[in-house]
Design a protein around this ligand. Structure first.
Ligand code: S3P
Length: 444
């Protein structure tokens, strides 16, 4: 799962992008579809699953704990679940690769099972804070021994029955919310999470779809999300919509490369995920929604994106949770806007696959953008649409979104840009470079 050998890649300035592409399945929904299917009693199927390394790490871990997971030649995944409470003791460490979502959600699942698991990951994941899930899961009775700073490798001994809690999220994190709710699945009684700031709600939506009792109340202190355990999950046939976080790169690419006109098909537009499109429209982007529909219980549309002149904005900080993974792409758009973009209130970016504030400040500066780093974001003075110089080698820090953002920026540079390591792209979007090439080919 780790990439001991870096794969450098050079990206050249691009002509117009045109044509249609279909983005891969949503990463968050893909992880959850495997996990919930693995806990259902019976056989579930999943189509449109993201077959990236992060999701495959989740599949491997679930197999190690007794679920049977198979893929047909036409990419239908079949999962025979073990039932809530039925996870088995894994015989070896769970290798989470680069994936924070796999780690935190599976920690939640295991916390209320009578099993012990060791979690390991790559150099990026081993730097990321797990204290945010260790705290509530310990309150529920799990016994967790982590590396210094609450990091991986760590060992988690679950407690069964665990103790239901009512937990107020100290950070806006769907992973922490989900970890507690998933621990609540096998915990007798009501486990509640209070969410002062709304984050992506795929766990709540999907758990309901699987038959769990999940309630959401609006209260003065925020949303109160409660799950009743012990739950019994019924198998489902899931269709995973396309990932707005992957679409983000193509939408920004088509926006900044002159004369582009691209349709990005099957983009999930759950309001807890679609903040980037709101921000880009505020900047003047041309993003048209075609054929709005529902896929797998989520709103979806095809996005027609045409090149547009952008104007710098102050990004509304309340958009942050709904575009948290998209700031790197937004920073690229801002680098080509007229005037200054102020993107603050995004301090969570410092604990993603890399410190994305520092990594993007360094990368954009290296290709010639004017960027000022502040504690909770970036201030970017754009070129007014002109290409950036490029001609730099970028440190991607084992972070797929840094690699893809700079690949997009490189399309509108005067000279080549080299990524020191493009391999992390495979964690979330293995087809990324091929799809960009397809859009360039159509233009020829
Ligand atoms: C995710 C939640 C977010 C996001 C991550 C996926 C999820 O993380 O950045 O890529 O699937 O729940 P946080 O919960 O740390 O904000």
């Amino acid at each position: 799962m780790a990439h001991p050998t870096p794969h450098p890649r050079t990206i050249s300035p691009s002509g117009t992008l045109t044509g249609r592409v279909r983005v891969p399945g949503d990463k968050s929904i893909s992880h959850r579809s495997l996990m919930f299917s693995a806990l259902a009693v019976g056989t579930s199927t999943v189509t449109g699953l993201l077959e990236g390394e992060d999701v495959l790490a989740t599949a491997a871990a679930l197999r190690q704990m007794g679920a049977s997971i198979a893929r047909s030649d036409d990419a239908v995944w079949t999962i025979d679940g073990v039932g809530v409470g039925g996870l088995l003791q894994p015989a070896s460490a769970l290798d989470m690769g680069n994936s924070g979502t796999s780690t935190r959600l599976l920690m939640g699942l295991i916390a209320s099972h009578p099993i012990t698991a060791t979690f390991i990951g790559d150099a990026s994941l081993s730097k990321r804070p797990m204290g945010r899930v260790i705290t509530p899961l310990t309150q529920m009775g799990a016994d967790i021994t982590a590396s210094p700073g609450g990091r991986l490798p760590l060992m988690l001994r679950g407690l069964c029955p665990a103790v239901p809690i009512r937990y107020t999220l100290p950070v806006a994190s769907a992973q922490v919310k989900s970890a507690v709710l998933l621990a609540g699945l096998n915990t007798p009684g009501i486990t509640s999470v209070i969410e002062p700031v709304a984050t992506r709600d795929h766990s709540e939506r999907m758990l309901r779809g699987f038959g769990a009792t999940v309630t959401v109340e609006a209260a003065a202190q925020g949303k109160i999300i409660s799950i009743t355990g012990e739950a019994e999950l019924k198998p489902q046939h899931i269709v995973v919509p396309g990932d707005p976080s992957s679409a983000a790169f193509l939408v920004v690419a088509a926006t900044i490369v002159p004369e582009s006109d691209v349709v990005v098909e099957n983009v999930g537009l759950n309001p807890t995920r679609a903040g980037l499109f709101t921000a880009l429209r505020l900047m003047g982007a041309s993003i048209e929604e075609l054929d709005r529909r529902e896929v797998g219980g989520e709103p979806v549309a095809d996005l027609r994106v045409r090149h547009a002149a952008l104007t710098g904005i102050e990004v509304p900080p309340d958009l942050a949770p709904s575009m948290i993974d998209e700031y790197p792409a937004l920073f690229v758009a801002a680098a080509f806007a007229t005037g200054r973009t102020i993107a603050r209130g995004a301090e969570e970016l410092r604990v993603k696959e890399s410190d994305r504030i520092a990594a993007m400040a360094a990368a954009l500066s290296a290709i010639g953008a004017r960027v000022e780093e502040v504690e909770d974001g970036l201030l970017i003075d754009g070129t007014g649409g002109d290409p950036l110089p490029g001609d730099a080698t970028i440190a991607t820090h084992l972070d797929h979104r840094i690699a893809m953002s700079l690949s997009v920026a490189a399309l509108n540079c005067r000279a080549d840009v080299t990524l020191d390591d493009a391999s992390p792209v495979a964690t979330s979007y293995p087809a990324f470079f091929d799809q960009i090439a397809h859009l360039q080919g159509d233009a020829a």
